[in-house]
Design a protein around this ligand. Structure first.
Ligand code: SF4
Length: 371
């Protein structure tokens, strides 16, 4: 009986090893045939083979420079419409002095990575970002600067009348080391239409921009926001597109599935999403990411801020090998009422509790020290 139960796991494990990269219909066939524990066992086996028993995280500090935004994505609880600037409370733009105050906090907390993202703010010129980036590097010369999502970079390029190439060259000169990989959402155009607005670039453009940015020597993460109106087909399609982009022009440091948090978002107010995705979906997404993309996307990150700490621990035994980071001062998920914080010690303990080895890493996934 035990052998019979194990057979599909053995069959699909061998199939993945022999036939990687799986195409869409193979991936969908596998998902239909296997249940969650089976997918997780395959994913866990592949994770151990690829990265061993270590779970990494970065000591990162988040700076969200402005919440004014020219887009108004139904999945977002963070933005204040730019047209309401000066007419409402709650909107902000950080000055360079504000950024310096944040950097002092980041220094006190021992951050090795500064993560910067914000809204599409047409009032901020390209020079603003250069000033912010230079300030980061002047104040904290040892840190790595992971800045902006790909749609933000595209927005800055189009509003400033520059090419992506020119913007990246200028940002590199100002201190940018990596992009954050955000804004990928779900590439499928029909789903994307429901969760973003026309101001945000298409999935195709996101992938094209990523190739340009990577070819200029600026790597970054890749993401997927799930748990809203998408189906499993669109999740598989998204993972395959990220993986194939990586095979063409490498530059993704990790793949980070982001669980949509509906609280305070227009999508929830419209009644389109009532609850967050189930823990089962969270675990399935991480397992699929490892199985479908893991040989090209070595680091499958489990973002504890969006999944919660306990489900994250389970996901680290089903395909994940990284907890992203401490995310000190995070505000984007915070706007949806997910306000949990953490400490380095807590992340180490969460990892040790599940029998894995904690390690602090840098932005480029090089281990700095074991926890
Ligand atoms: S997700 Fe980004 S682009 Fe969309 S409204 Fe929020 S801040 Fe603006």
């Amino acid at each position: 009986m035990e052998e019979y139960l194990d057979y599909p796991v053995q069959y699909w494990t061998e199939y993945v090893l022999e036939h990687y990269p799986l195409n869409f219909s193979e991936s969908l066939g596998m998902v239909k045939e296997l249940d969650l524990p089976q997918l997780m066992r395959i994913a866990n086996f592949l994770t151990s083979r690829q990265v061993g028993n270590t779970v990494t995280y970065a000591v990162s500090y988040n700076i969200n420079y402005s919440n004014y935004c020219a887009a108004s994505c139904p999945i977002c609880a963070f933005y204040v419409p730019i047209k309401l600037k000066g007419k409402t409370n709650g909107g902000y733009e950080l000055s360079i002095e504000d950024v310096k105050k944040d950097l002092e906090k980041a220094r006190d907390l021992g951050a090795t990575e500064i993560h910067i993202v914000g809204g599409f703010n047409p009032d901020l010129p390209l020079e603003y970002y250069e000033d912010v980036f230079r300030t980061v590097k002047e104040y904290l010369p040892g840190v790595t600067l992971k800045a902006l999502t790909i749609p933000e970079i595209d927005f800055i390029a189009s509003t400033s009348g520059n090419s992506i190439r020119d913007v990246i060259e200028r940002f590199k000169a100002a201190g940018m080391d990596a992009h954050t990989g955000g804004g990928a959402e779900i590439f499928d155009p029909e789903v994307r239409k429901q969760i973003t607005t026309k101001e945000k670039i298409s999935g195709e453009k996101w992938l094209e921009d990523a190739k340009i940015i990577h070819s200029l020597g600026v790597p970054g993460n890749s993401t997927m926001t799930y748990g809203h109106v998408e189906k499993i087909d669109q999740i598989i399609d998204h993972i395959i597109k990220i993986r194939d982009n990586q095979r063409e022009i490498p530059g993704f440091l990790s793949f980070i599935p982001l669980k949509f948090s509906p609280d305070n978002t227009p999508l929830q107010k419209m009644g389109k999403v009532k609850l967050p995705a189930s823990g089962e979906t969270d675990l399935k997404v991480i397992a699929l990411a490892r199985i479908i993309g893991g040989q090209d996307l070595t680091n499958i990150s489990v973002y504890w801020v969006s999944l919660g700490k306990e489900i994250s621990q389970v996901a680290l035994n089903g395909g994940g090998n990284d907890l992203v980071g401490t995310a000190f001062s995070e505000k984007i998920f915070g706007a949806t009422d997910r306000k949990e914080g953490t400490t380095i010690e807590e992340l180490n303990n969460l990892i040790r509790q599940i029998g894995k080895i904690p390690a602090q890493r840098d932005t480029f996934y090089q281990i700095k020290r074991y926890g």
